[in-house]
Write a new protein. Structure first.
Length: 132
């Protein structure tokens, strides 16, 4: 399923076929992972699901790799449902990233705005200057 945000980014029906066969499966939040490979997503992604998706992007930015290895749908599904509890290395944003990638939607930020707010708070040092 393509969210309205992905559609605005140009990932519309013309590219839906490529998305279905590409890396988009890495971004499926655990609560939306379906059991069978022919129906990979159960529901439309919620705001907390979008936070999870942003967490996957942040993971890639920090570590230059995706958090899961795609061999088969069943192995990817098992990895997503197992969650990420250990990061390759820790940095200033590790707790933020782990929260965004939490298995439980209730443990994630309520929205991408809340995630961004926490990012900004972490980025500021005691003098109010940014550390990035």
């Amino acid at each position: 399923a393509i969210s309205p945000y992905q559609s605005k980014a140009g990932l519309d029906k013309k590219r839906k076929r490529n998305i279905a066969n590409g890396a988009m499966h890495y971004f499926i939040p655990p609560e939306n992972v379906a059991e069978h490979s022919f129906n990979k997503m159960k529901n439309v992604t919620s705001k907390r699901g979008e936070v999870y998706q942003l967490g996957v992007i942040m993971y890639f930015i920090f570590y230059n790799k995706l958090p899961f290895i795609l061999e088969t749908w069943n192995s990817l599904r098992a990895q997503i449902l197992s969650g990420i509890s250990i990061l390759p290395e820790h940095n200033l944003y590790s707790n933020l990233l782990l929260k965004a990638l939490s298995l439980s939607p209730k443990e994630r930020h309520k929205s991408s705005v809340d995630l961004y707010t926490d990012w900004q708070n972490i980025s500021q040092n005691k003098n109010g200057e940014t550390s990035i």
